[in-house]
Design a binder for this molecule. Sequence first.
Ligand code: SF4
Length: 466
Amino acid sequence: MKIRHILLLNPPGRKLYTRDYFCSKVTKAGYVEHPLDLLILSGIFSSAGFRVSVLDAQAGRQAPEPAFNHIVSLRPDAVVFLSGLVSRQEDYAFLERLKKAMPRVLFAGMGDLFLKKMVFENTAWMDAVFYDFTSGECADFLSGRRGQFSTISFRDGNDIIYRVPVQDRGEFSIPVPRHDLFLNKGYTFPFARKLPFATVLTDYGCPFSCPFCVYPTLGFRLRRLQNVTEELRYIRSLGIRELFVKDQSFGADRGRSMRLCEEMRNIGGFSWTCFLRADVAREDLLRGMKAAGCHTVLFGFESGCDRILRSYKPGVNKRMIVDALRKCRRSGIKSVGIFIFGFPEDDIGTCRETADFAVRCGCDYVSFNVFVPKAGTPLRNKLMPDDSSGEKEEVLDQSGIASVWSGSPVSAEELNRLRVRAIRRFYFRPSYLFGMAAASLFSLCRLRMCLRSAFFILQDVLAKRR
Ligand code: SF4
């Protein structure tokens, strides 16, 4: 069947999930971010001449039955969907039923679970897996091209043609993503100062080598600056002024990041958030970012124990973290520290050390996750050399809400207690509450965000782990 109409689908779920860019977890605090993979593909498919529809049942809080009927009524020729290790079972049940209702429609999946070895096992309904959402091969495949791909595995009759990956470190460009298709769909982000906001990607993968992380396995490629600015101008033309720059480590190429900040300044009027590493947070870079509108940076600090940092965050230690936070304060940029409990070498003592450090290190906000052995990472290969985890049973959720990895050195109950206690200690300090209340006085959007966050933090603290 010739494919003309492609549906980009973020399936419904029993819980609210974040599933994109090879990560999946239960969403914290009720926020739903743009599904980056679908966003980027919207531009690639549109520019290749396909008609593109988007159904994000997560952002729309759509239940499975209405979502199912909606999809069937759209009559797509191909469904490109997201799934994740956090929601595999329910996604597959939903998608298999869809395929039965629309047997001639092509189904192609993306997500962290496809980085596991047994991708096509028990998935007769699935036709293909896309491994790189920035690749033009996705459009070629849906246009009917067959043969060997470097970013796509697919069924060809009874055969499965596996991709032959190529590590590409060059620059790349993509057609401008169709941000217009993702407007007014209910996306929210805790650090956005204005709504609506747009999500932007200016590079792909990561040049660092934290062994628990999937991004270095993707290689590292930078988007051409001219291509990025073209997208930024388009975003401005839609009236959007708030950005989440979803590069996994902004500033990895400092000179290029400075030039990008300059371009953003020239376009003007943006305020934005991004990820940064502590050892990259130099004063001149932070100043450039601030001048370009950056107001908040997210740091994956991971641990408050130097021994754990040496193993899992090579090149970063506690002293650097404190120093980076000081520089952020001096530059007028807010900081978010993201920590992980339950690394394979953690114990109760090191987890408590992490919680203490998180409270004292000087972040403006914190977030706590639990360790999961992410598919495709060197650490998972070391911990599970034959990757014998049951394909059906394994649910991995780095938020720690849906499940905790069965090999965790600290029990699920203890991890949850640590997480809840750390949240309470950080956010319920009188000085912290007073500061937040004062800041909210001057911004209605900030006040709304604070109230919303407070509601979900309370819910998280009071709830038992499901
Ligand atoms: S944890 Fe961050 S810095 Fe480390 S490899 Fe992953 S994305 Fe890169």
